[in-house]
Write a protein that binds this ligand. Structure first.
Ligand code: HSE
Length: 428
């Protein structure tokens, strides 16, 4: 029989336990498909005694992930510890330096250190794969790196944080406030240990930066992602956007423009009838556009034991089959430094404001927009509540810079109560 591929798995949380289960329960299938057995030599985690719903007695135990990564009986180091630095990074570096291939689900580590780690992998003749880091069970890294490799990618867009999508969906469908929906997500165990990673858009921003690197052959540039979380999205915006035919999503968009790379993860409006608009609950969706293939839409579970372990196994099985791909789809040394686009591609905007209901108020707002070169597409005013009448405006395409000028001018009119809300509308 061909030599087994021997794994060392560090991190035995939900995903790690899921990987162990697949390897134990599907041994024959994995061997059939790759031509060699896939075995586990050793595991490492913080707590040896925790019940993980799967027996670990066949495997050696290491308390230290770095020691696990260096073991002679480990061919592939599977990093499922998490965190951008600390033990995850130390053990990944140790494994690559020792000539071992690495499979990781760690988006934060790659978003911050992807270039250095990809280079280290290459210098040591190793592969470093990360399918599970982006959109859970959706094989989007494979799609971009392999299936779509012959395309110029014109755009990657998607909902890549299931927790945020769950919160926004519950606000919309159950009329919950942001805080109520957040508490519900918390009770269901959806939130990361640091919830700001989810609701601040950081987790999704990490994923977008990784996709952009593959799509455009650039060094990962998480710091260049324009980032905004969902904390300021109100139930009023969700209702009134719906009234205008839109849904609010935490949407990631990256595209290469003549002005540089645009990477944005922010709440924005999408048509309610579009596939993204109809994506409810904790699901992810990634849409890729290539010059040859047109548009590809992939939808599926972005988190959870089975889906994420499935993605880890896809990478492990590639290695078992002898597939040796570069981390970001091309040699690390050929990845270009990113020039970030300072000005985003123009788009329509949704504006919501409270207007003092008196003669000429609306005219002043329209003038502020007009003088900034912004044309109004649609407008709606609702009955006055408290001291102000809610007004919604959908603009024609404009730049954020022009909009900011208009917002300052609007605030100076004295007819706008509070700060207007401005959200970008993406056509999908
Ligand atoms: N917390 C993420 C989500 C999953 O809610 O989609 C892990 O990246």
């Amino acid at each position: 029989m061909t030599e087994p591929l021997r794994l060392g798995i560090a991190g035995l949380g939900t995903v790690g336990a899921g990987v162990v289960k697949i390897i134990r329960q599907k041994a024959a299938l994995l061997t059939e498909r790759t031509g060699r057995p896939i075995t586990i030599s050793a595991v490492a985690a913080r707590n040896r005694d925790k019940d993980r719903g799967v027996s670990l007695s066949d495997y050696a135990w290491e308390d230290d992930a770095v020691a696990l990564a260096k073991r002679d009986d480990v061919d592939v180091f599977v990093e499922l510890i998490g965190g951008s630095d600390g033990p995850a990074k130390a053990a990944t570096e140790a494994a690559l330096t020792a000539g071992k291939d690495v499979v990781t689900a760690n988006k934060a580590m790659l978003a911050h250190h992807g270039q250095a780690l990809a280079q280290l992998a290459e210098d040591n003749g190793c592969v470093l794969r990360f399918e599970a880091a982006v959109a859970g069970g959706i094989p989007v890294i494979k799609a971009l790196t392999e299936g779509l490799a012959g395309n110029d990618i014109t755009q990657v867009m998607g909902v890549m944080n299931g927790t945020c999508n769950y919160i926004l969906t519950r606000m919309e469908n159950a009329g919950l406030s942001y805080d109520q929906a957040f508490d519900e997500a918390d009770k269901l165990g959806y939130l990361e240990a640091d919830p700001e990673l989810d609701v601040g858009g950081i987790d999704a921003g990490h994923k977008l930066a990784l996709l952009a690197a593959i799509a455009y052959g650039t060094q990962v540039a998480f710091d260049a992602v324009e980032l905004e979380g969902i904390g300021k999205v109100s139930i009023a915006d969700i209702r009134q956007a719906a009234d205008m035919g839109y849904k609010i999503k935490l949407l990631g968009v990256c595209r290469m423009t003549g002005r540089g790379l645009e990477q944005r993860m922010a709440p924005c409006l999408v048509p309610a009838t579009s596939p993204l608009g109809q994506l409810d609950g904790g699901t992810n969706m990634v849409m890729i556009e290539g010059d040859q293939v047109g548009q590809i839409v992939m939808r599926g579970a972005g988190a959870g034991e089975g889906p994420t372990a499935s993605a880890v196994m896809g990478d492990v099985m590639d290695i078992a089959r002898g597939t040796r791909l570069s981390t970001f789809g091309q040699p690390a040394s050929s990845l270009k430094l990113v020039t970030a686009a300072q000005v985003a591609t123009p788009a329509p905007y949704y504006l919501r404001m409270g207007l003092i209901d008196k003669p000429g108020a609306l005219a002043k707002v329209a003038t502020a927009l007009g003088e900034a070169g912004i044309s109004i597409n649609r407008m709606r005013q609702y009955d006055q509540t408290n001291d102000a009448a809610p007004v919604l405006i959908v603009t024609h395409k404009t730049t954020r810079a022009a909009l900011d000028i208009a917002l300052v001018a609007m605030n100076a009119t004295g007819v706008v109560a509070g700060d207007p809300v401005a959200l970008r509308i993406e056509s999908v």
